[in-house]
Design a protein around this ligand. Sequence first.
Ligand code: ADP
Length: 402
Amino acid sequence: MKVLVVNCGSSSIKYQLYEMPGWTILAKGLVERIGESESSLVQDNGGEKHYREMPVADHEEAMLLILRSLTEGATQVVGSFNEIKAVGHRVVHGGEEFTGSVHINDDVIASIERYADLAPLHNPANLSGIRAAQNALPDIPQVACFDTAFHTTIPKVAYMYALPYELYEQYGIRRYGFHGTSHRWVARRSAKLFGRHKYDINCITCHLGNGCSITAVKDGRSIDTSMGLTPLEGLVMGTRSGSFDPAILFYLAEKGYDTNALKTLCNKKSGLLGISGISNDMRTLVEKAREDDDRAALAIDVFCYGIKKYIGAYAAAMGRVDAIVFTGGIGENSTYVREKICRGFEPLGIILDLLRNKQTVGVEGEISDASSRVKLLVIPTDEERAIAGDTYEIAMEKQKKK
Ligand code: ADP
């Protein structure tokens, strides 16, 4: 069964076409700068990259372009649209309602629309992708996989903010958490590496990419996570601040910052970029830190210190920790960051093997010392693969019911 996975941003669509079961990737690609005069499509058919530039007005046009790219010309990997039997969509916010991936119907669409209030940058773009795929491929199952779903097991004690209770009831203000598909993927993979059932693992999963979040996974289920009502809370990120004293916002408002300026400040100008004044890219910062740039070094230190504190807090929340897992672009690749995070943890039984750490870049592997009580693991994330798996399962169930 050919399953198309799409991840729609406001001006881009990432896609991968899988042959299921077996997860063979037939092609993957990206349409960027949708809505601009010079949009582009790049498609990779297993090492062979094809690049095209053309105007793409909206998501509808982008989806047709993707389908044509998969079925025609030099980029063709399938004979026709009809061979694609299901589409899986990444959806950022599923509120408290969606505890797993679901087949998309009118009620699901209405809910995604409702949660757009909580994810105004993401859910509308995800919906545009769903509508475009429904129009282009009306007769096949479309599946929604929510970033929030894995975190719906977080208990109330961990998801409530100490704000007036009515705000939770009236507006749904609570911790939801994000990157759930990634945290679930690496948690399940950790259980496999331990040779255990998926619900027989306690791990702390650190997703460190441009966006960063950390999750406490107890008995295979998320019991706490660092992102909150929105993906701004928690760890220091590339350009996002993560958590800070909310009174800073009132202070800046009194200095003349309006809501939009504050949003831009916290989402686009803070984090690694804000502290370093140089870049949001960890590779650049590590290079600069090695050249004795104080601000680059400080940005990395603040980033790593924040992660260290969360690991301590989650270990306390969980009681027993089998593994700490690093994933995402930084988690998978930055030996420097992993070493900084782990340094000083030795008395708690978390001991990094420096050589294994250096040798494990962009691949799965154990990086802890043999004497470490807690295993340190690097597990490359694969959200698309997880979405393809869920979509295939749901499409097969629908076929059986027919
Ligand atoms: P996204 O969250 O957008 O999916 P990624 O998971 O690709 O992002 O992570 C991007 C981050 O990973 C960037 O900060 C980048 O510098 C960092 N990164 C990628 N490769 C390396 C590397 N070899 N060393 C250090 N950081 C890296």
